[in-house]
Design a protein around this ligand. Structure first.
Ligand code: UDX
Length: 438
């Protein structure tokens, strides 16, 4: 099957590459010449484990191509996926569909035969209907279909998520579109990944519901963590205690500094806008958003409290900056309000992140960057684990303690045990693990 993929961002590049790896012929197209040139030279625009070698092998086998020319990408294609950005509209949280509609308009004028237009970008309910109208208005050949096929990829694990999905969701309104999508995903459902067909609108909304539900689990466990601290209980044990109940499930119950990234913050807001437009209250999701915003803003206070109530003149070492490990993505990362709060409080900050520095530099204020994890401890009054990169999980705590001026370890990801930290001479403060001073 020939497939065109519009947009070589995170979703488009991973999806296009994985489709090619299944044996389809994929042409990825992007307006950004620099990006396409880099891809043609084998350089990835994002840091995602396993992606570079997968791109390389599929390019070599002639199944994956990159171009800035949409006409070329559409040649012989039976499906075109739209995977362009849908950022939050400045100020109001609505998903900005400018890039989606611009792509549809452009391709409508170039088609010489009908095909299936598939949205992979996360788009609000009804976007598929509008795409169908635009295709008709712009004179696309009769017989084009519009389908919705949301992605559920996690950054840092995107290739594995694509190749071993819990389910594949396809929202379509006609058998032709269903048949094309079934053929595209056949290699996957032979491996028993359920292929779920719904109406187009249902598929569009399901994507938002999935992200909102996961965000809710995180905000729930974060509030439980606060309660654990007040009543001297342990949130990790609590999470296991509830998570082993199959009805609840153990995933997404890690208490931490609040969720960030390119999806949860943006998609929860967009869902609230959809609900608002439809005149239906979503009290749970709006509370989830508020709880998460407050949580991220409260992390600097946590560090202040661990230091006895004063940040003035203190040196703080941060381990990790990205919103989660295995990505260089800094979008809505909890480290952003944390650094802001620490600097406002009069502290100086030094940070190390295995890959996030370049992205971080443009978003964070005046901080220093260390070349290695252990260097952030030099002269620090407190160390803060912000992102749970694997390489932070087995640091020599005694060595860190020796390098520090103070002795405070604030572990926002609960990757260390209090007893190990204390044995190394550190005063440990995790998340939701008993009373802070207990
Ligand atoms: C998410 C969804 O998982 C994915 O299905 C969707 O397509 C895009 O959004 P992603 O943003 O890459 O993926 O990361 P994810 O691993 O879901 O983590 C999101 C945020 O939640 C991170 O900030 C992470 O630290 C936080 N999180 C996650 C927690 O705080 N606790 C958890 O238990 C899980």
């Amino acid at each position: 099957m020939r497939i065109a993929m519009i947009g070589t961002g995170y979703v488009g590049l991973v999806s296009g590459t994985c489709f090619a790896d299944f044996g389809h012929h994929v042409t990825c197209v992007d307006k950004d010449v620099t990006k396409i040139d880099a891809l043609l030279a084998g350089r990835m625009p994002i840091w995602e484990p396993g992606l570079e070698s997968l791109v390389k092998s599929n390019v070599e086998r002639g199944r994956l191509a990159f171009t800035t020319d949409l006409t070329e990408a559409l040649k012989g294609a039976q499906a075109v996926f739209i995977a362009v950005g849908t950022p939050s509209q400045r100020g109001d949280g609505h998903a900005d569909l400018t890039y989606v509609y611009a792509a549809v308009k452009e391709l409508a004028g170039l088609l010489d035969q009908p095909l299936v237009v598939v949205t992979k970008s996360t788009v609000p309910v009804g976007t598929g209907d509008r795409i169908a109208e635009i295709l008709a208005e712009e004179g696309a050949p009769k017989g084009c279909s519009v389908a919705s096929n949301p992605e559920f990829l996690r950054e840092g694990a995107a290739i594995a998520d694509f190749k071993h999905p819990d389910r594949i969701l396809v929202g379509a309104e006609d058998d032709g579109a269903r048949a094309v999508l079934a053929e595209i995903y056949r290699p996957l459902f032979l491996n028993k990944a359920p292929l779920l067909f719904t109406s187009r609108r249902t598929a569009e909304l399901t994507k938002y519901a999935a992200n909102a539900f996961l965000a809710m689990k995180i905000s729930f466990i974060n509030e439980m963590a606060d309660l654990c601290e007040a009543v001297d209980a342990d949130v990790q044990e609590l999470a296991r205690g509830i998570g082993l109940d199959n009805r609840i499930g153990g995933k997404f119950l890690h208490a931490g500094p609040g969720y960030g990234g390119s999806c949860f913050p943006k998609d929860t807001l967009a869902l609230l806008k959809t609900a608002d437009d439809a005149g239906v209250e979503q009290r749970i999701v709006s509370t989830v958003v508020a709880v998460n915003d407050d949580r991220k803003a409260a992390m600097a206070e946590r560090v202040r409290a661990a230091l006895g109530g004063n940040l003035e003149g203190k040196r703080i070492g941060l381990l990790g900056l990205t919103f989660k490990p295995n990505t260089d993505d800094m979008r809505d990362a909890p480290s952003i309000p944390l650094v802001e709060g620490l600097l406002t409080g009069g502290a100086s900050v030094v940070a190390f992140d295995p890959v996030g520095r370049v992205q971080a530099e443009s978003l964070l204020g005046e901080i220093d960057y260390a070349a290695r994890a252990e260097d952030v401890a030099d002269g620090a009054d407190a160390l803060v684990i912000v992102t749970e990169w694997d390489e932070f999980r087995a640091l020599d705590l005694a060595d860190l303690a020796r390098r520090m001026r103070g002795n405070v370890l604030v572990d926002l990801r609960n990757i260390y045990d209090r007893s190990d930290a204390e044995r190394a001479g550190l005063a440990y403060r995790g998340i939701g693990r008993g009373r802070p001073n207990a």
